[in-house]
Write a protein that binds this ligand. Structure first.
Ligand code: BEZ
Length: 226
C-alpha cells in the first residue's frame, strides 16, 4: 500500500528539483527534514503557504531541519511560480527560494508517498496532491505526518512547534502536553520511575494527583530555547 507510516524509512528517491537533481537520503544528510506537498503551482493557497515557509526558513535552519517542497508540475513551472511567491512576500520576484521544490509531473512520488487528494481534481479529472507534512529524523525515519486536504492551508507556526516537541522528546525522557510551546513545562514519560525523574530534573518535578489515583501527571520544568 502506498504511503508512509510513523517509523518507516524515507524512500531514497531521485527527483528533479528547482535546485537540481537530488537523491533524497543525500539531500537529508544527517539533518532532520521536512517534506511538504502542494496541490499545484500558481494556486493561491499554495502561494501563501510557500511564502510563509520561505520566511520561516531561518527558523527551520536553526533547528537543523532541511526543507523541501513537492508539487505536481515541472521545474520551469516551479521556477516561474517562485517569482510569484517572492513577490507575494514583498521581495524581489526572483526564481530562488530557500528550499528546493520537487517536480513530480507524472505524480509518481505523490502516488508512492500516498499524497493524492481524491476530492480535488484538475481540469482533466486527475487528482491533485493533498497538503502532506512529513518530518524525518536524522535516522531518516518518519517522525510525524500530517495530512490536510487541498482546501485547507497549513499553519507553519504549528509545524515549528511540533519540530520543537519532536526534537526535545527524541533526546529527553519527556512528552509535551496539550498546547505546549518551547520553554513550557513538559511531562515526564509515564514509564520513568518518580525517583529517576527527580534525579533527571533536579530543578523540580511536580505532580498533580487525579481522582482515579491511577493516573498521575508528573511534570518537570524545563527551559529550553533556540
Ligand atoms: C489553492 O492552493 O489555492 C488550492 C488548490 C487546490 C484546491 C483548492 C485551493
Amino acid at each position: 500500500m502506498p504511503g508512509l507510516l510513523l517509523g518507516d524509512e524515507a524512500p531514497n528517491f531521485e527527483a528533479d528539483t528547482t535546485q537540481g537533481r537530488i537523491r533524497f537520503h543525500d539531500f537529508l544528510g544527517d539533518s532532520w527534514g521536512i517534506l511538504f506537498s502542494h496541490p499545484r503551482d500558481f494556486t493561491p493557497v499554495c502561494t501563501t503557504e510557500l511564502g510563509r515557509a520561505a520566511k520561516l526558513a531561518p527558523e527551520f535552519s536553526k533547528r537543523n531541519v532541511k526543507m523541501i517542497a513537492l508539487s505536481i508540475d515541472s521545474v520551469p513551472d516551479h521556477l516561474a511560480w517562485s517569482k510569484d511567491i517572492n513577490a507575494y512576500n514583498g521581495d524581489q520576484p526572483v526564481e530562488k527560494l530557500p528550499f528546493p521544490i520537487i517536480a513530480d509531473k507524472d505524480r509518481e512520488l505523490a502516488v508512492k508517498l500516498g499524497m493524492l487528494d481524491p476530492d480535488e481534481r484538475d481540469k482533466d479529472g486527475m487528482p491533485l496532491t493533498a497538503r502532506v507534512v512529513f518530518i524525518f529524523g536524522p535516522d531518516k525515519k518518519l517522525k510525524l505526518s500530517i495530512l490536510y486536504p487541498a482546501t485547507t492551508g497549513r499553519n507553519f507556526d504549528e509545524i515549528l512547534r511540533v519540530v520543537d516537541s519532536l526534537q526535545l522528546t527524541a533526546y529527553k525522557k519527556v512528552a509535551t502536553p496539550v498546547d505546549w510551546k518551547c520553554g513550557d513545562s513538559v511531562m515526564v514519560v509515564p514509564t520513568l520511575p518518580d525517583e529517576e525523574a527527580k534525579k533527571l530534573f533536579p530543578k523540580g518535578v511536580f505532580t498533580k494527583d487525579l481522582p482515579s489515583g491511577s493516573s498521575k501527571l508528573l511534570c518537570a520544568f524545563r527551559s529550553s530555547g533556540h
